[in-house]
Design a protein around this ligand. Structure first.
Ligand code: EPS
Length: 366
């Protein structure tokens, strides 16, 4: 079945959960490394006051013994500290006593750009909260926890990832970005942006041209567009390639004592759905967040009359957080492809299969 991630959990419910199946036995996990990535996701200029309430930390319920994976489903839990303010409103069972705390009144003001309107129609809901809770980007904490595990597995093959913010609200560079976020906050507005993930040390041949499902670029796009607020993905030069001639778009092949290599990387390390041994470069575009402090026009679902959309505390920009989330998504898909190629029962066999393979193809990272 390969490496599979299943997540569960609501934004203000008790916890978010990630279940990872298909991990080899014998992989050592470091709680601090997972918590560090959870912490990184919570940083960034322009986040909501919610981040002061949360200080995400991983708990492991299954699949790990004394820090080593057992080859059985690994269950990671990230508690929502804010849940204590929603004990009645988000109680899994019918709550007892008088309503108190948050989430006790039905939300009827759908936000343009969020799950709110289509969610209540699709699932026959009376309270928009029943849709927005799972749709919330709080979910990305579970993705990051699983991504940290994937990074540990990739680390065994000396594959490393880094992520960065390319632009926010159409501007680049830290000072301009801070200024743009301050201006948007002043206007009670929100900003999107673009992030980039780079993975080094990835051997050629992860992914496959055999089926659409196996294509690594398809999996990367699936994982990233499946993340809240992501509307576009580019691998390598992406959309810009469409404007170039073939002679300027492809990465010519060279060989020296170190093996095959390219001098350009327009393909972003992926050709025909497979890695080609160059750095894997993926970019994701995030739309501005839909919860605006100056709300957009909507319809009150209770009265069916024009109204302003729901105003909840929100981020002005979560682009820096998306960089960490995108890194986790790319890590998970690379780990999945590596596990498909090198096997997944025992870590030692996984590492040995990788070593034998890179020797056969005479490949070493540059
Ligand atoms: C989110 C709305 C905000 C964000 C949340 C995503 O939540 P709240 O309504 O509780 O303030 O803070 O993101 C997180 C909680 C997080 O940890 O990233 C949304 O509607 O997507």
């Amino acid at each position: 079945m390969g490496l599979i991630l299943t997540t569960a959990g609501e934004s203000h419910g008790p916890a978010l959960v990630a279940v990872v199946t298909g991990l080899p036995a014998g992989l050592r996990l470091d709680k601090e490394a997972i918590d560090h990535d959870l912490w990184r996701r919570q940083q960034g200029y322009g986040r909501s006051p919610r981040q002061k309430l949360e200080s995400d930390e991983v708990e492991v319920l299954t699949g790990l013994r004394h820090g080593s994976t057992l080859g059985t489903p690994l269950t990671l839990v990230v508690r929502n500290r804010d849940h204590k303010n929603w004990l009645y409103g988000m109680s899994p069972w019918p709550p007892e006593g008088e309503p108190e705390g948050k989430g006790t009144k039905a939300v009827t003001l759908p936000r343009p750009g969020h799950a709110d309107l289509a969610g209540v129609m699709k699932y026959d809901l009376d309270d928009v909260r029943d849709a927005l809770e799972r749709a919330s980007a709080r979910h990305t904490a579970a993705i990051v926890a699983a991504g940290a595990v994937a990074k540990a597995l990739l680390g065994e093959l000396d594959i490393g990832l880094e992520s960065s913010v390319v632009e926010v609200g159409g501007v680049r560079g830290e000072a301009a970005i801070v200024e743009a976020i301050d201006a948007a906050r002043g206007d009670r507005d929100t900003l999107g942006g673009i992030v980039e993930v780079r993975a080094r040390g990835v051997p050629p041949g992860l992914g496959s041209y055999a089926t659409k499902e196996d294509r690594l670029d398809a999996r990367l796009a699936w994982a990233l567009v499946g993340t809240q607020a992501v509307k576009g993905v580019e691998v390598g030069d992406g959309f810009a390639l469409a404007e170039r001639r073939g002679s300027e778009a492809h990465d010519e092949i060279f060989r020296d004592a170190g093996g095959f290599h390219r001098e350009t990387n327009h393909a972003g390390g992926v050709e025909a759905g497979m890695t080609n041994g160059e750095v894997v470069v993926v970019r994701a575009a995030m739309k501005p967040l839909p919860t605006l402090m100056r709300p957009l026009r909507s319809i009150d679902l209770a009265s069916q009359e024009p109204a302003q959309a729901l105003v909840e505390r929100s981020d002005v920009s979560a682009v820096e957080a998306l960089a960490v989330v995108a890194e986790a998504c790319v890590a998970f898909e690379l780990a999945r492809a590596a596990r498909d190629k090198f096997g997944g029962d025992a870590l030692r066999d996984f590492v040995a299969a990788h070593r034998a393979y890179v020797e056969r193809i005479d490949w070493a990272p540059r």
